[in-house]
Ligand binder design. Structure first.
Ligand code: ATP
Ligand SMILES: CCCCCCCCCCCCC/C=C/[C@@H](O)[C@H](CO)NC(C)=O
Ligand code: CA
Length: 566
């Protein structure tokens, strides 16, 4: 590695939490701090030789010179405690860094170095700070993923209403202290109503001031912020969102998610956990993870964007029912899930889709999207090529659309795995974050027992697609039209508040659809209900970026920076 320089300090004693270790030597390399330990073989990356641990500089949060003062017992005043002549370590500095723990969680660990020579101590602090500053001045790519600049200024939106309504406490107690340690300045807005964040981003926020936007909430809150940023970007680029054919302009600012919702599947599928501290650390180190976005239109009207789930039938009905139970918090989905399952409603309609071609894998190839995903990287380079050629793909020219009519219990489009605590592998375990496709899952009418088997496979390791009544396709676009179009009387009835049996009996008289079953479900779009059921969906590859790196492989790491291309 270039710029390899070593600062040797002998006889440093490291006071680390509960145990004292004596350093034979501490070697500060430009890229890594190797702390040779005598007593512990515990290493952050297991492959590093026993008795040492390796902290990549790019995972250092901060370094702080430590006044090694302890209050003098008799006066209580802070003063430098004279060290005994036997203990020459009277100057110290503390390094705060990322430590990986269980199931993709990170936490902010620290180690304090003591040193007899004050100038050497200052040199360490200055050198580490110079290295941290360098991280923001060079494009860094390693074997796994591309780093981007560390944020120094963030716009934070807190939803006090989502999940268990603890968004403000989570931010104040778990996240703000780490941001402050990392010298990140923040402007914090606690939202006062639904769509407050979206509207502020679309019209008022001075985005030039910030290196990123942070969402403290769940998927719905993320959706608001994503809509605000994407719409603002299109507006400033003169792109008409109502035109489905338009190529959308990618967003410059990254979005960070501090999970404080009920499902939190977007955070879970991009970081690997729904732990607020883990997400805060991914933001601080400046991770960058591209993500696909689906645009949803009804005829020539833009409806919404989606990054996780577009669900009709089961998940649409679960959401519709759960909206009236928000006061229950996350448990509302379980109650509504069981109620919807027991109702066992199916819906008739026509699904047509444009299959994805080329080496984009398949929803059943068992290949999971992980940090540095080769499929997503391939899509990134393909995207650059097609942007230069500015051509519509052959399939789109030839319109090789597939059409399927039928009776469905569920129609789901998963643009990511949709992994979440309820379903650790997600609705589509092999879906990719940034491959330009969405996995279209069709669950045809079947028995309650078969459907239950299918649902329960979302919660265990069995293949939820291995059923005769389930089909799954990787697509770039799809459309849905219900067999029974929503007519004015249905809309009038909904709008006049007529619901329940009277609504159904009215429908049945007019449509004779079938014995007292509503003819249509609602679309669940990232946890929000769409106002129309006939929709056209198109995937826009890598339209936004998150402060994340995808889910890291759980294997023991070699030195992840050994491949540093610097
Ligand atoms: N101050 C507020 N008052 C009322 N609603 C709000 C407020 N701020 C945001 N919202 C809305 O609350 C809804 C739910 O928020 P959020 O997604 O964070 O929680 P959740 O639905 O419990 O989580 P998940 O979507 O992960 O299941 C969002 O649609 C958002 O638009
Ligand atoms: C009767 C037994 C039911 C077991 C069902 C287990 C399957 C759970 C799968 C959950 C996948 C959630 C997909 C994510 C959707 C989000 O976009 C949305 C908003 O957060 N959440 C929901 C619940 O719609
Ligand atoms: Ca995708």
């Amino acid at each position: 590695m270039e710029k390899q320089s070593r600062l040797l300090c002998s006889e440093l004693c490291v006071q680390r939490r509960l145990y004292e270790v004596t350093l034979n030597c501490a070697i500060l390399a430009w890229k890594d701090i190797q702390i040779a330990k005598k007593h512990t073989g515990r290493a952050i990356y297991g492959a590093v030789k026993a008795g040492s641990s390796c902290v990549p500089v790019c995972e250092i949060i901060a370094v702080q010179e430590k006044d090694d003062d302890t209050p003098c017992k008799n006066t209580g005043k802070w003063q430098k405690v004279p060290q005994s002549p036997a203990d020459p370590c009277q100057h110290a500095f503390t390094v705060f860094y990322v430590e990986r723990t269980r199931q993709h969680c990170w936490w902010c660990s620290n180690v304090t170095f003591h040193c007899s020579d004050h100038s050497l101590c200052l040199l360490w602090v200055q050198t580490i700070r110079e290295q941290l500053a360098l991280l923001n001045s060079e494009r860094r790519v390693n074997y796994y993923h591309t780093f981007a600049n560390r944020p120094k200024s963030l716009l934070v939106y807190i939803n006090p209403y989502g999940g268990k309504q603890r968004g403000k406490q989570i931010y104040d107690h778990k996240v703000a202290p780490i941001f402050s340690r990392a010298s990140i300045s923040t402007d914090v807005i606690v939202t006062e109503r639904a769509n407050h964040a979206r509207d502020h981003l679309k019209t008022e926020a001075d985005l030039k001031k910030y290196d990123g936007v942070v969402c403290v909430g769940g998927d719905g809150m993320f959706s608001e912020i994503m809509h605000g940023l994407v719409s603002r970007t299109q507006q400033e680029a003169g792109v008409d969102e109502n035109s489905m054919e338009e190529t959308l302009m990618p967003c410059g600012l990254r979005i960070g998610i501090i999970p404080a919702g009920s499902t939190d599947c977007i955070c879970y599928a991009t970081v690997g956990s729904n732990d607020p501290v883990t997400s805060a650390l991914h933001i601080i180190v400046g991770d960058s993870q591209a993500m696909d976005i689906c645009s949803v239109h009804n005829e020539d009207r833009f409806l919404r964007y989606s990054v996780s789930l577009l669900g009709y039938g089961f998940y649409g009905d679960v959401l519709t029912d759960s909206e009236r139970k928000r006061w229950m918090g996350p448990a509302r989905y379980d109650i509504s899930g069981v109620k919807t399952f027991l109702s066992h409603r199916y819906y008739e309609g026509t699904v047509s889709f444009l299959p994805a071609e080329g080496n984009l894998g398949s929803p059943r190839d068992k290949m999971q999207c992980r940090t540095g995903c080769s499929v997503c990287r391939q899509s990134s380079s393909d995207k650059l090529v097609s942007k230069n050629e500015d051509s519509v793909s052959d399939a789109e020219c030839q319109d090789t659309w597939t059409v399927i009519r039928g009776k469905f219990l569920a129609i789901n489009a998963a643009s990511m795995s949709c992994a979440c605590p309820r379903s650790p592998k997600g609705l589509s375990p092999s879906a990719h974050l940034a491959d330009g496709t969405t996995d279209l899952i069709l669950v045809r009418k079947c028995s309650r027992l078969d459907f239950l088997r299918h649902l329960l496979r979302h919660t265990n390791k069995d293949d939820q697609f291995d059923h005769s009544f389930v089909e799954v396709y990787r697509v770039k676009q799809f459309r849905f039209s219900p067999r029974y179009q929503e007519c004015d009387s249905e809309v009038d009835l909904r709008e006049s508040g007529v619901t329940g049996k009277r609504f159904l009996s009215q429908i049945c008289r007019e449509h004779r659809a079938c014995g007292c079953m509503p003819s249509q479900s609602n679309w669940n779009c990232d946890g929000e209900i769409l106002p129309h059921t006939a929709i056209q969906v198109r995937v826009h590859c890598q339209l936004i970026k998150l402060f994340a790196r995808g889910i890291e492989e759980q294997q023991v790491f070699e030195d992840p920076y050994a491949h540093c291309a610097i």
